[in-house]
Structures are given as C-alpha cells and as structure tokens.
Write a protein that binds this ligand. Structure first.
Ligand SMILES: *[C@@H]1O[C@H](CO)[C@@H](O)[C@H](O)[C@H]1NC(C)=O
Ligand SMILES: *[C@@H]1O[C@H](CO)[C@@H](O)[C@H](O)[C@H]1NC(C)=O
Ligand SMILES: *[C@@H]1O[C@H](CO)[C@@H](O)[C@H](O)[C@H]1NC(C)=O
Ligand SMILES: *[C@@H]1O[C@H](CO)[C@@H](O)[C@H](O)[C@H]1NC(C)=O
Ligand SMILES: *[C@@H]1O[C@H](CO)[C@@H](O)[C@H](O)[C@H]1NC(C)=O
Ligand SMILES: *[C@@H]1O[C@H](CO)[C@@H](O)[C@H](O)[C@H]1NC(C)=O
Ligand SMILES: *[C@@H]1O[C@H](CO)[C@@H](O)[C@H](O)[C@H]1NC(C)=O
Ligand SMILES: *[C@@H]1O[C@H](CO)[C@@H](O)[C@H](O)[C@H]1NC(C)=O
Ligand SMILES: *[C@@H]1O[C@H](CO)[C@@H](O)[C@H](O)[C@H]1NC(C)=O
Ligand SMILES: *[C@@H]1O[C@H](CO)[C@@H](O)[C@H](O)[C@H]1NC(C)=O
Ligand SMILES: *[C@@H]1O[C@H](CO)[C@@H](O)[C@H](O)[C@H]1NC(C)=O
Length: 852
C-alpha cells in the first residue's frame, strides 16, 4: 500500500467523522436521523446529502426534493422531526418497507408534495383528514397497508389528483362522495377494502378523464347508476361486491377490461360494439337469456368468463372469430348440443372450463399446444379424448373429465392423482388408435425385404411351401389417422346391427357383420362370419376379456362346433394394406410347431385385423410361476388326465408330468427345452428368420398337455405397435443391454436379443423369482439377471435354486442350467450362444424320465 493511498483512507475517515456530526436543522441532519432511527445504518453519510442513494436535491442547494427509499427494509414508526421536516419535498416514496405508523409532522410536508407512495407497508390506524393539506398532490398510493376507518372527505380538496390508490386496506364506510371533486382523476383503486353502500349517483358524469376504476372486493351494493359518462374508461373492475340491477349497458369502445364477476347483476348479456375488449368476466351473477349469438363482436378477447349465471338453454356458441382467446370459461351456462367445428380455431387456448353443462358429442380435436387447464366435467360428452389432448394431459396443471360418458383407456391413467379426473368414464381400451407408434415400421420392412431377397436357402424346405409365401410387403400405404367421427358412430349404432357393449367404436364401423368372413385355416368349408365372432365373444364384452396384450386386447370365445378360441384384436396397423395383412396372416397360419401357439384363423373387419388363436387352457408361465402357490393348488386345478404320459412317440412330448405338479426340476426343464425349440425354429427354421422381440414368461403358454407354447410371434408387422418404444424399451427385466446402449434401439434387434430374453426366463424357471421386483440379496444388482449372474460367477449357483424344486432332481443338472442362463445373458450379443446350441445344451442335461 503506497503512502498516498494511506493518506486517502485517512482523509476519507476524517470526512466521515466530520459529516456525521451534521449541522442541526439541515435536510442532511433530518435524513440521517431518520435512517438511524429506522434501523438503516449502511447509508454512506460521507458525502453531501444530495449524493445519497435515493435522494435528489433542488439544483445547487442542499434541499431534498425527491426521496425514493423503496424496499430498504425501513422498520417501525416514522419518527417526528425527520422526514416531516423536509419542507421542499416533491416526491416521497417509502413503499415496500415495514413502516408501522406515520409521524404527526408528516402532514406539515406542505404544498410542494406531488407524489406520495407509502404502499406495501404495515401502517395501521385511520388516515388523517390532514391528507387534504397536500394540495398539489398528483399521485397518492397508500395501498397494501392496514389503514382503518373511513376514507377522509378532505381528499376531495386535492383537485390535482390523478391517481388514487387505497386498495388492500381496511377502509370502511361508504364510497366517499368527495372524490367526485377530483375532476382530473385518471385512476381510482379502492379495491379490497370494506366499503359499503352504493356508488354515488352522479359518479358517471363527474370523472370524464377516468380510465381505471377498481372497486373490486368490497361490500358495495345497490344498483349501479348510469356510468355512460365515463367516456375514457378502459378498465372497470366491480368484482366481488353485491351490486344489483341490470348489467351496465352503455360501455365505451375504449374498454379493454371489464370484471363484473361475483355480483348480483341481472338482465341480459349486453350486445355492444366493444372491439378493444380483451378481458371480460361476468361470471357468478344472475344474468339471464342467451349469449350464444353475440360473441362475434368481441374479436380481441383473450379472456372470457361467463360461468355460473342463469342463462337459458342455448347451443354452444360459435367462437371461431375469437381466435386470440387464451381463457374460456363457460362453466354452468346451460350449454347444449355439440361443440361446433370452428372451436378448433382457438389456437392459443391456455384454460378451458366447460364444466357443468349439457354438452353432447365428442371433444373436438383442437390446438392444445398452450393448454394448461381443462375442465369438461359434468356434461354429456361421449367417445374418446382426442389423441393430441390425451398426450398433453401429463404435462398439464389441471384437468377434469369426470362425469361424462367418455371412453378412456385405463392403463394410461393409472396414477393415483388421475383417479378423480375421470370419474364415471368407461374404463376401456377399445383399440389403441396410435399411429405415432408406427413411424419406424416402413424402414424396417424394407430391411427385412432385403434379407428375404438375398437369403432364401434350402432351409426353406423345412417349412415346405409355407416359406415361399413369405414375401413381405413392398407397397407402403402412407400413415393415416383413423378418426371415428361422432356422427358416424351414432348413425351406425342404429344401422344394420346394434349391440350392447361398453367398448369399441370400431365394431360399429363394420357395417354388415354377416358379410365379413372369418377364415379358419383348418375348416375352410365352414362359413364363419364376423357376426359369429361377435356372438362368440358377446360382442367383445369385457366379461370375455382375457388380457390387454401388447398387440391389443384378447377375448375368449366359443365358436359354433365347440371351437374354443382366443380372439386378439390387433392394435391398428394401417401401414399395411388389407391384402398385405391377409397374406401375412395366412403366412403366420402356416407356421406350426408343437411349441408355438398356433394361429387358427383371422378376420379383417373394417379397419380391424383380428387374429384367432387356439385357446390355451392352462394359462401362461408367468402366472404359473409367480401367482399360484406352486405344487400345492396345481394338482386340483388340472384334471389328472393331463398328467398322462403322451404315447404318440413325439420326442417333444416324452416327458411325464406327475401329479406332484409343476414344482419339479423335470417340469421346469420341459418348459425351458420346449421354449428353446420354439425359438430355434423361428430363428433357424424359417426364412426370413423371425425374431420374436418379446420373449418373457407371460408369452409362454401351457397347452392342455402342459407343454409350453410361445405366443405372439410375427405380430409386430401386422399390429401397429412401435417396436422401439413398446418392445425394445418395454418388458422390463427382459431387456438386453444393447437396447439401451445404442442410440437406435432397432439396430440391436437380432436373434441374440431373443436369446437374452430366454436366458432371463431360464433364470426365472430355476430360481422361481421374478425378473424385477423380488428381493435380491447379496448383490447391489436389483434384477434377477444381475443377481443370478453374480452368484453363478462366484460358484454359488446351487444356493439360488428355487427351494421348491431343489430336491426334485439332480443339483448338477440345475447348476448346469444356471450356467446356460449365464451364457444367454452375456452383455455382448456375440457372446451369447445361438438358440440351436441352447437346445443341444439343454438336451444334455435332460433329467432322466421314468420312461427312459
Ligand atoms: C419489495 O422489495 C423487494 C426487495 O427488497 C423486492 O424483491 C420486491 O419485489 C418488492 N416488492 C414490490 C411490490 O415492489
Ligand atoms: C408505489 O410503490 C410500489 C412498490 O414499490 C409500486 O409497485 C407502485 O407502482 C408505486 N405506485 C405508484 C403510483 O407509482
Ligand atoms: C369502521 O371501522 C371502525 C373500526 O375500525 C369502527 O369504529 C367504525 O364504526 C366503522 N365504521 C363503519 C361505518 O362501519
Ligand atoms: C378485480 O379486482 C379483484 C379484487 O381486487 C381482483 O381479484 C381481480 O383480479 C381484478 N380483476 C382484474 C381483471 O384485474
Ligand atoms: C364497431 O366499431 C368499430 C370501430 O369503432 C367499427 O369499425 C365497426 O364498424 C363497428 N361495428 C359495428 C357492428 O358497429
Ligand atoms: C370458471 O369460473 C368459475 C366462476 O368464476 C370459477 O369458480 C372457476 O374456477 C373457473 N374455472 C377455471 C378453470 O378457471
Ligand atoms: C349451475 O349453478 C346453479 C347455481 O348457480 C346450480 O343451481 C345448478 O345446479 C348448476 N348447474 C349444474 C349443471 O350444476
Ligand atoms: C345428459 O345426461 C344425463 C344423464 O347422465 C341425462 O339425465 C340428461 O338428460 C342428459 N342431457 C342431455 C341434454 O342429453
Ligand atoms: C353413454 O354412451 C353410450 C354410447 O356410447 C350410450 O349407449 C349410453 O346410453 C350413454 N349413457 C348415458 C348415461 O348417456
Ligand atoms: C401426479 O403424480 C405424479 C407422481 O406423484 C406427479 O409427478 C405428477 O406431477 C402428478 N400430476 C398432477 C397433474 O398432479
Ligand atoms: C372433477 O370434478 C368432479 C365434479 O365436480 C369432482 O368431484 C372431482 O373432484 C374433480 N376432480 C379433479 C381432479 O379436480
């Protein structure tokens, strides 16, 4: 530090000391006294008072004229002989502090004061009549304090007043007539006080310059006098009072904001030319008649609330001209009929409340980009929620669709907080109309087509002629959204056939059920039709619903002749033409293997593709392993003849299942081997190879001989499911690592991803644990794969074998099976064995049967 800086610091210190001992009776003295008494000591008093923050002086004097001390944390009462002595003051802003009361001498500030802002403090007590002393006051803001008592009449003597804000206080008494003396007033805000009585009669004629009038949130009553004289008015707020009588009829076209809500206004909705109006709230009054035909004139509106009045029944208004609307609230306004199509022109809507009306028909498809709040509860709406809106719901602040006749898909709304938003809706997933899920199908088909063209090989003979028909579709139909319009639905309801079901708008679309054929491969001469399918499933009644599968709902049905079938209504797959879908279903019908659930037939009904499968009596492996008490109930569940040894010599069925049930190593091994055979067949016995994409315990069914049968192969082409989202990212616990590693998950879909899924099933069979969710001790891994692999690696495989099967077979064989699972679930796809090899490995450890 140089000598000169030290000198500077010293001299500054001296200066501070000298100026803290101000000459008495100067503005600097009063002000520094004020600061110190108001708990504010950090003001630098080292310089001339005119240089202090917030202080302005008259030119070349030390007289303070403007004092802006907003938000400085000043606390307590204003002391006498401080601010009150600044006699030249023109502007005083002490807003946004914690001042609790005014000094007596503040009224002596005199006639030079033009601007006084004491808002956002905690000043209590009544406002002194001395306020009239401020004869030159132009703007007075005392809002957001705790003033009580009446508004002093002396305000009327301040003839230069343009702004008066006494809002958010506790002023009582009646509206001060005296204010009418302030002819130059531009803005009056007396909102949120306790004012009573009525608005003075000649109010309208007195204040020609008034632009802003806010009397909201008081107790003002009586009728509103003629305010047509307020020719400059742009903002009128009378909300939350008790004002009666007709809605003031003569408005001026400058008006931008009208808030008359929550009063007792009566009469009709005023139809006037208010081209500038941006904000109109007349909700919660007693307005009668209709408004439906009169909204066109409010072309600039952004906010419209007419809720809770006593309107008579009226059709839904045409709102197409109000294209800037951001807030629309027509709750409880006796609306009937359907929402007109011009509703879709409301492109900026943020809030929509149409609750408590009698609106019919469907919710229209409108722009939901900005939508944050929607309430359509308590109406007579039907059909589904338009897809863009449905997708938006999870991001929205508030939504309520309760008490309508809507059809919603329950799995989408499983969160708790959704439950009260869909009260009384039909819980149904008719058909997922979800074209967005199909976006990547096109490119994938092209790729498979290429594989087909280069790799036809001798293996095809294995399948016989069937494989010659494997040509995948080359034509692509552009993606389209199928929208069942409400009218269409209504008409067809009374059409050729009507039905009783809570589901399926699509069923109604099939015009002539008796002329739509159902193809059953094994019975080519029997003429089944769609109406037989309807009969078989009681019109796809929910009672016959077996499952909501990934590719669509599955129903159980009995066709004539005692054929029991599982009917799968595939998710919309409109990227494929009918002919292509037909060909593909024919192809799948020819793919038969003792360990695959056979496709028995199909039906193309309207836009719907329906696949018919043999019904699997004994459910699926997931249920068997995890839902039933193993080996206990099962002997009663299946009739004993299903345990009979199969004598047909087929080596796939040479395993005897004993009545001890399914909790045996031999049975688990049968399941594993059968599933491996099915997959080996799909991977290696079929050209082009079929990658299942969704190997998991619940895809493995058990037929009436308790043989495992893999279901759902080959469906992803016909159904519109997006493999990326639904399969690659779905089926938690069975997902191979490469699906999450690659940016493009479809790149990872190979036969080796099926091998991984099979490995998980194998672990499941051996440990009896679920792939996720069960408690996995001794490992940080929270999945079956992580845990089982770690145990096998440590050589502790035998300890994780399901205790229920441990004593039913050779421990060595089971440990070996665990090692196969370990190989199948290798991180690198290339390290996993092929399905054919796995069949060999499993055969090597086949438990000895009594037969052998
Ligand atoms: C009051 O002052 C605080 C800072 O002190 C500021 O954050 C706040 O916005 C101010 N409030 C008003 C109403 O000006
Ligand atoms: C008074 O001060 C408050 C808070 O700083 C501010 O919001 C308000 O606009 C001021 N009033 C006037 C009339 O300028
Ligand atoms: C206004 O309130 C004060 C108390 O704050 C009370 O004494 C006075 O009677 C009230 N005036 C009216 C007209 O209600
Ligand atoms: C009208 O005044 C009430 C009460 O102060 C307030 O809640 C409401 O927001 C105001 N309306 C408008 C449109 O500013
Ligand atoms: C409404 O007022 C605007 C502007 O003042 C005028 O151009 C328009 O013609 C008027 N419309 C009607 C229907 O009076
Ligand atoms: C619609 O207006 C009514 C009456 O003012 C109100 O209670 C309701 O909250 C409003 N709805 C929305 C979504 O703002
Ligand atoms: C509409 O509000 C009135 C009271 O303002 C109420 O009596 C009526 O039940 C409401 N209508 C509906 C459909 O809820
Ligand atoms: C709306 O549905 C209710 C029953 O939910 C029925 O009582 C009422 O008549 C229906 N209103 C109209 C206009 O269809
Ligand atoms: C609900 O809609 C279905 C048709 O979608 C109709 O059959 C049923 O009568 C409606 N229920 C009510 C209460 O309006
Ligand atoms: C519903 O709950 C979930 C989880 O508790 C939360 O993330 C979500 O924001 C909630 N949604 C709504 C609309 O409250
Ligand atoms: C939806 O509205 C109904 C009827 O007013 C009400 O019972 C329910 O609680 C509301 N749900 C939500 C989420 O606001």
């Amino acid at each position: 530090m140089s000598l000169s800086t030290i000198a500077l610091v010293l001299s500054l210190t001296l200066l501070v000391e000298s100026s803290t001992s101000q000459d008495p009776n100067t503005d600097a003295f009063f002000l520094s006294d004020f600061f110190s008494k108001m708990g504010h000591s950090s003001i630098s008093t080292s310089t001339s008072v005119c240089e202090w923050t917030g202080v302005t002086c008259r030119a070349n004097t030390e007289s303070v004229t403007r004092l802006s001390l907003s938000g400085l944390g000043l606390t307590g009462p204003i002391p006498e002989s401080t601010i009150g002595k600044l006699t030249k003051l023109e502007l005083l802003d002490l807003s946004n502090n914690s001042i609790t009361s005014l000094s007596l001498d503040i009224w002596e500030l005199g006639s030079s004061l033009k601007f006084l802002n004491l808002s956002f403090n905690s000043i209590t007590g009544s406002l002194s009549n001395n306020i009239g002393n401020f004869g030159a006051l132009e703007r007075l803001d005392l809002s957001h304090n705790r003033f009580t008592g009446e508004i002093p009449a002396s305000l009327g003597s301040i003839t230069s007043l343009t702004l008066l804000n006494l809002g958010h206080n506790r002023f009582n008494g009646s509206f001060p007539d005296a204010i009418l003396g302030c002819k130059t007033l531009v803005s009056i805000d007396l909102s949120d006080n306790l004012l009573e009585g009525s608005v003075p009669n000649d109010f309208g004629n007195a204040l020609k310059s008034l632009k802003v009038l806010n009397l909201g949130g008081n107790r003002i009553n009586g009728r509103l006098s003629d305010i047509s004289g307020l020719v400059s008015l742009t903002y009128l707020n009378l909300s939350s009072n008790s004002i009666q009588g007709p809605v003031p009829a003569v408005f001026h076209r400058h008006l931008e904001t009208i808030d008359l809500s929550n009063n007792q206004f009566q009469g009709h909705f005023p139809f006037v030319n208010l081209t500038s109006l941006v904000y109109l709230d007349m909700s919660m009054n007693e307005i009668t008649g209709q408004f439906s035909d009169g909204l066109d004139q409010f072309g600039s509106l952004k906010h419209l609330n007419l809720a809770f009045n006593e309107f008579s029944f009226q059709s839904f208004p045409s709102v197409g001209k109000l294209s800037g609307l951001e807030y629309l609230n027509l709750s409880n306004t006796s609306l009937t009929g359907q929402i007109p199509s011009d509703f879709s022109q409301l492109a900026s809507l943020k809030t929509l409340d149409l609750s408590q009306n009698y609106i019919l028909g469907q919710i229209p498809d409108f722009s939901v980009q900005d939508l944050q709040i929607i309430d359509v509860s308590i109406n007579n709406l039907t059909g589904q929620i338009p897809e863009p809106l449905e997708k938006k719901i999870p991001d929205m602040q508030k939504f309520n669709f309760s008490y309508n006749n809507l059809t919603v898909c329950e799995p989408h709304w499983s969160l708790d907080n959704y439950s009260t938003a869909f009260i009384g809706s039909h819980d149904d997933c008719p058909i997922a109309v979800n074209p967005g899920h199909m976006k990547n199908m096109e490119s994938k088909r092209k790729r498979l087509g290429l594989i087909l063209s280069v790799s036809l090989s001798a293996l095809c003979l294995f399948l016989g002629l069937a494989c010659l028909f494997l040509g995948l579709r080359k034509r692509n139909k552009p993606m389209e959204v199928k929208q069942v319009s409400f009218n269409k639905e209504e008409n067809s309801m009374s059409g050729p056939f009507s039905f009783q079901t809570d589901s399926t708008t699509w069923v109604a679309d099939v015009k002539l059920a008796t002329s739509v054929p159902v193809i059953i491969f094994d019975k080519p001469l029997v003429n089944f039709t769609f109406s037989d399918l309807l009969a078989a499933t009681s019109n796809f009644d929910r009672g016959t619903l077996l499952a909501e599968g990934r590719f669509g709902p599955v129903y159980r049905g009995f066709l004539q002749g005692g054929i029991q079938v599982a009917v799968k209504v595939l998710v919309h797959g409109l990227t494929m033409t009918d002919q292509d879908a037909e060909r593909e279903l024919e192809r799948l019908g020819r793919i038969r293997h003792p360990n695959l659930v056979p496709l028995t037939g199909y039906c193309l009904a309207g836009d719907q593709r329906i696949a018919i499968y043999e019904y699997m009596e004994n459910g699926n492996l997931h249920n068997l392993l995890h839902d039933l008490p193993l080996g206990v109930q099962s002997t009663e569940d299946w009739s004993s003849d299903t345990w009979e040894e199969d004598e047909n010599g087929d080596n796939m069925r040479n395993v005897q299942i004993t009545p001890e049930g399914t909790a045996t190593w031999r049975f688990r091994h049968t399941i594993a081997l059968g599933t491996a055979r099915a997959l080996a067949f799909l991977h290696h016995g079929c050209i082009p190879q079929i990658v299942h994409r969704d190997v998991k315990a619940s895809s493995i069914y058990l037929d009436d001989s308790m043989e495992p049968r893999l279901a759902d192969f080959g469906l992803s082409m016909i159904a519109g499911t997006n493999p990326d989202e639904e399969i690659c990212n779905g089926s938690p616990g069975y997902k191979p690592p490469e699906f999450s590693d690659t940016g493009n998950p479809t790149a990872g879909v190979t036969t080796k991803s099926d091998v991984y899924g099979f490995g998980v099933v194998l672990f499941e069979l051996l440990t009896g644990k679920k792939p996720l969710g069960d408690d996995y001790p001794d490992s940080k891994e929270n999945s079956l794969v992580g845990w089982a692999r770690a145990m096998v690696k440590r050589g502790q495989g035998s300890s994780i074998i399901d205790p229920k099967i441990r004593d039913t077979g050779s421990e060595k064989e089971m440990e070996e099976a665990l090692r196969i699972g370990y190989l199948c679930t290798a991180d690198l796809p290339s390290k996993r064995p092929a399905m054919q090899q796995i069949v060999g490995l499993l055969k090597d450890i086949e438990p000895k049967t009594t037969k052998n």
